[in-house]
Design a protein around this ligand. Structure first.
Ligand code: SF4
Length: 457
């Protein structure tokens, strides 16, 4: 379904849309405060952008270096060309170890590959151990935000969900009580797990180690108790040197949640004694993006979520309206690269305000890339007919200044005469959500007449 249709459904529940908007804006404000406390913030962003650009320019070299060093440390490295191969590799490892119960820390890559339903079809129970991920898993949903997967759930809804699945008191919505209930519930899962699976935030080519950032410590617990650890990472997670890590860790937490550092930045260098560590390197369309001059920089993304928190469209339309694994501005670049026709509406779900580009810690020119996608989508004939006609009409008007001036005058004369319901109605959901002064109760026509009379006086 196009983004606009799903967004209209979301904003139809006005109080929820407002609450969602305010919640995300709170995260954006925290990010601003945290960034302003670091005088060298802009230098850090520039350094991160340059490190990422250099890495992408030599990605094949760094991947081979990482593989060699990771194997030297005792890890087993696997390469997956796409999601299906990734899932088969993970399943093969789990089956060889007779795993029936897997605990997983947050990994957008495994969401992208739809690993959970795949493993469950093969009789392996998967438990997401990140609290937000566990909430959406119990609800049978997918994450609506990459950092705060359950940001669209109100605490009362979580209370109801936990009452149904974890047996908490009916009507309980106290966050401390619910968190403690989740903690007890997950503890049993950790103790019973046969294997732990994590994502990777940063993989370091020169050492062969990698870093996983969490706030709950669930990745550490999930891989410390079982003897098998599988780490799944997209090719773009590489950084060349250990000394580069400080740049990204300082940027990531501040951009994501406004914290100076994530509570746990866990470093893994080879398997623990008597254990196995498997690293699965996944392409799944990344090489194609790397080969594109226009969109290569989107691979620099460190998945902080800051562009979502600041985006006026994401905040008011919710993560599910994007229907992509990664929603929001960066998701609207990545998703059409995988399936241009299906996600053709996403680059249009953007006001081109540039706020995403301003906050991005690795200086991705997000709104420019979204504009480029619009051109690509139009060139490939994926625009809906109504939009195509409207754009052709606009293009014609813009190419004829006399027509443009006449249209402006006509609009000025006609719009004030329109009845109020033509602007503020159920179909025009955006009209009710804009940050404009409240619409006066009087119709445009009456206001126009009054203004005319005042002018005469
Ligand atoms: S594009 Fe930039 S702001 Fe958005 S998630 Fe990625 S790193 Fe963060």
């Amino acid at each position: 379904m196009p983004h606009a249709t799903l967004a209209a459904e979301f904003v139809a529940d006005e109080p929820r849309a407002h609450w969602h908007d305010q919640t995300l804006w709170w995260a954006r404000a925290k990010r601003d405060k945290a960034a302003h406390c670091v005088p060298e913030w802009e230098q850090l962003r520039e350094a991160a952008a340059q490190i990422k650009a250099a890495t992408m320019a030599n990605l094949a070299h760094y991947l081979e270096q990482f593989e060699a060093n990771a194997m030297r440390l005792g890890a087993q490295v696997h390469w997956a060309a796409n999601a299906a191969e990734h899932n088969e590799i993970v399943l093969g490892i789990l089956e060889r170890h007779g795993v029936r119960w897997l605990v997983k820390s947050k990994s957008m890559l495994t969401e992208e590959c739809h690993l959970n339903p795949f493993l469950e079809r093969h009789g392996i129970e998967v438990v997401d151990t990140d609290l937000g991920e566990r909430i959406v898993q119990l609800a049978g949903e997918r994450p609506s935000h990459i950092i705060m997967p359950a940001v669209n759930f109100k605490r009362e809804e979580i209370g109801k969900l936990f009452h149904e699945h974890l047996g908490t008191e009916a009507g309980a919505s106290d966050p401390n009580y619910l968190t403690e209930a989740a903690r007890q519930h997950l503890r049993d899962k950790f103790l019973a797990a046969d294997a732990g699976l994590t994502g990777v935030n940063f993989a370091i080519a020169e050492t062969g180690g990698f870093v996983v950032c969490t706030n709950e410590g669930n990745a550490d617990l999930g891989v410390s108790l079982p003897k098998l650890h599988i780490a799944c990472m997209g090719l773009e997670k590489l950084i060349p040197r250990a000394k580069d890590l400080g740049v990204f860790l300082r940027l990531l937490a501040r951009s994501a949640t406004g914290q100076p550092i994530t509570s746990y930045s866990s470093h893994f260098h080879g398997p623990m004694p008597g254990c196995e560590l498997h690293i699965v390197l996944v392409d799944n369309g990344r090489s194609a993006i790397l080969g594109s001059d226009e969109f290569r920089r989107s691979l620099n993304c460190i998945r902080c979520g800051a562009c979502m928190n600041t985006c006026p469209v994401y905040r008011r339309s919710g993560g599910y309206s994007y229907e992509a694994t990664v929603p929001g501005p960066i998701g609207s670049i990545l998703a059409p690269a995988g399936d241009m026709k299906r996600f053709a509406s996403l680059p249009h779900a953007c006001s081109l305000c540039g706020s995403c580009t301003d906050v991005c810690p690795v200086k991705i020119d997000i709104h420019h890339q979204l504009l480029t996608w619009r051109h690509e989508i139009a060139a490939h004939g994926h625009l809906p007919l109504t939009k195509l006609m409207a754009m052709k009409a606009a293009s014609f008007v813009f190419r004829h200044p006399w027509l443009y001036r006449m249209a402006g005058k006509a609009a000025r004369a006609i719009v004030p005469l329109l009845p109020r319901f033509m602007v503020y109605n159920r179909l025009n959901a955006w009209g009710r959500q804009r940050e404009l002064p409240p619409m006066p109760k009087k119709s445009f026509r009456r206001l126009y007449r009054q203004r005319g009379k005042k002018a005469e006086r």
